[in-house]
Design a binder for this molecule. Structure first.
Ligand code: HEM
Length: 527
């Protein structure tokens, strides 16, 4: 019985018995009449409450029927992005799922994405912090998971102005160049043999990011060994971040950590923490020596101790974590998908190489300044990000108050998935949506600003990706270099596979292994 009903029946019982004792002169008929009237009133009360609650839930979006207590948990497919796209065929552009106690809302159309990310931008600019995310990011105090407000603004400003701005990126081009040249010379040394491209791209982007963060501090062999350690940890962290976790759906059970996700994440974050402590310690040992990297800037910011929005050691480490986890896999997987799609279409590969030869020639090497002169390659990258967006469901958003989207109620605190992957393959928007066709981007109609809700691979609105400028440069520069310096072939007997594996960051199900064949005129260009 609900508390209201219980109170009501207690009230009926008490008032009825006291009334009885005081009115001994009244007949049994009168008392029966009064009892019947009260019962009828109670029935109406119940019916009204039932209808009211039914009316409220019927405003929620439609969705598949779930089991009591479990909701739709048992039906979830591990490839959530394509599973959600399939459900939207049945339930329409917005539908709900019960993930245990947690209400999930999935949005699958451009117009509804616009409502969430533009019309109600501020309301939805919050996150539903998962247990895994909390363990990964020092309690969720990084940019990705901090709720919308002063602290988030401070963190984002620090990153965007000090590390990811155009001016900073221009000033550290030599670092990117050094890492890219190292990769080219490694690939040259492997000419004619099979190379795991995703792994190489991960190491390159990681080295670029870590040299921007603490480039002045960690050198030589230690950087290479850190690379291998980081790749393993980042891969495991992104996998755990995308895994449905019972602790999120039944907070009462969180302390039992039934799937062991909190424990695993704690261990992985601990390994990162050890690396961060080591690097911060090295920085301190550097004494008064003036360093210009991001870590040095963050350490000074922490020591300034702004009382209004303090920047703590946890913030510092959580930001380093965002850069490493948010900036590596996303960019390297995009490059890997683009390479695979291009290798699948020799015509596209030819066209890219012709453009590169026209702009750079075969007697010189690609510089980052060339990338703005390569419209066809840019179209290839955009098309790769359309078909294989790095974050297929973005980072789920969470409304800070109940609101209406597409005519349905989206309650405060629900977990909102914007299915970017499905929107960018929507047949009403895209002709032949499953075909890899860079030509569709040659008209310059779409960009990365998030202003068109049919194409927004970096998100849109306040929570749009903080690293677009850096991602764009790294992906373009690396792809231009790979296609300019080498021809690429599959190992004999291998077939190209383009299937995807869902995680918070989308991966190729089978890693791309390919053979580089040098194509430049002079071996010195590979040194
Ligand atoms: C191809 C590469 C990349 C893609 C496709 C990508 C895409 C995205 C997307 C879709 C979001 C979520 C937006 C939302 O939930 O509304 C995001 C968030 C974010 N990205 Fe990226 N990203 C890439 C590379 C990077 C890089 C290189 C960095 C930094 C080094 C970075 C840093 C971030 C951060 C900090 C956020 C959280 C923003 C916030 O919550 O305020 N990303 N990214």
């Amino acid at each position: 019985m609900t508390p209201t009903l219980q109170h009501f029946s207690q009230y009926l019982h008490c008032s009825f018995s006291s009334w009885r004792s005081k009115t001994s002169l009244l007949t049994d008929d009168v008392s029966r009449l009064l009892f019947t009237l009260s019962a009828v009133f109670a029935l109406f009360w119940c019916a009204w409450n039932f209808l009211k609650s039914k009316n409220q839930t019927s405003l929620l979006p439609p969705g598949p029927k779930g089991l009591p207590l479990l909701g739709n948990l048992l039906a979830l497919d591990p490839d959530l992005h394509s599973y959600f796209a399939g459900l939207s065929q049945t339930y329409g552009p917005i539908f709900k799922l019960w993930l245990g106690n947690k209400l999930g809302i999935v949005v699958n159309s451009p117009s509804l994405a616009q409502q969430v990310l533009k019309d109600y931008d501020v309301t939805f600019a919050n996150r539903d912090v998962t247990v895994a995310a909390r363990f990964a990011t020092y309690g969720g105090c990084d940019i990705v998971w901090t709720p919308y407000g002063d602290e988030w603004r401070m963190l984002r400003k620090v990153c965007v102005t000090k590390m990811l701005s155009k001016i900073t990126l221009d000033s550290v081009y030599t670092l990117r160049r050094r890492e890219v040249r190292q990769t080219v010379s490694y690939l040259y040394s492997k000419s004619g043999s099979a190379v795991n491209l995703g792994e190489q791209m991960f190491l390159t982007t990681l080295n670029v990011i870590t040299s921007m963060m603490w480039g002045g501090t960690v050198e030589g062999d230690e950087r290479a060994s850190l690379g291998a350690e980081f790749r393993e940890i980042v891969a495991e962290i992104t996998e755990l971040l995308g895994k449905p976790n019972v602790s999120d759906f039944y907070p009462g059970l969180a302390r039992f950590d039934l799937q062991g996700i909190a424990k695993q994440m704690d261990g992985l974050a601990g390994r990162f923490d050890g690396i961060f402590d080591r690097v911060i310690g090295e920085q301190a040992k550097g004494g008064g020596e003036k360093r210009k990297d991001f870590l040095d800037f963050l350490l000074r910011l922490k020591d300034e101790n702004d009382a209004k929005t303090p920047f703590t050691m946890n913030h510092l480490k959580a930001l380093l974590m965002d850069m490493v986890v948010g900036g590596t896999d996303t960019s390297s997987n995009t490059i890997e998908f683009a390479m695979a799609e291009v290798m699948n279409q020799p015509k596209v590969m030819n066209q890219i190489q012709q453009e590169l030869e026209a702009v750079i020639g075969k007697h010189s090497i690609v510089e980052e300044s060339h990338i703005h002169k390569l419209p066809y390659l840019e179209a290839v990258v955009k098309e790769a990000l359309r078909l294989h967006p790095a974050l297929p469901l973005m980072v789920p958003h969470c409304p800070s108050e109940t609101c209406t989207v597409g005519g349905y109620t989206v309650p405060k605190g629900s977990r909102v998935f914007v299915n970017l992957w499905a929107i960018q393959r929507d047949p009403t928007m895209w002709e032949d949506p499953f075909k890899f066709d860079p030509d569709r981007f040659l008209n310059n109609k779409w960009d990365y600003s998030g202003s068109d809700f049919g194409y927004f691979p970096f998100g849109s609105g306040r929570r749009i990706c903080a690293g677009i400028a850096m991602a764009e440069r790294m992906v373009m520069y690396l792809l231009a270099t790979l296609f300019h310096s080498f021809d690429w072939e599959l190992p004999p007997g291998e077939k190209l596979d383009l299937s995807e594996k869902f995680g918070i960051v989308l991966k190729k199900k089978i890693p791309l292994v390919a053979i580089p064949k040098p194509r430049l005129s002079d071996p010195a260009l590979y040194e």
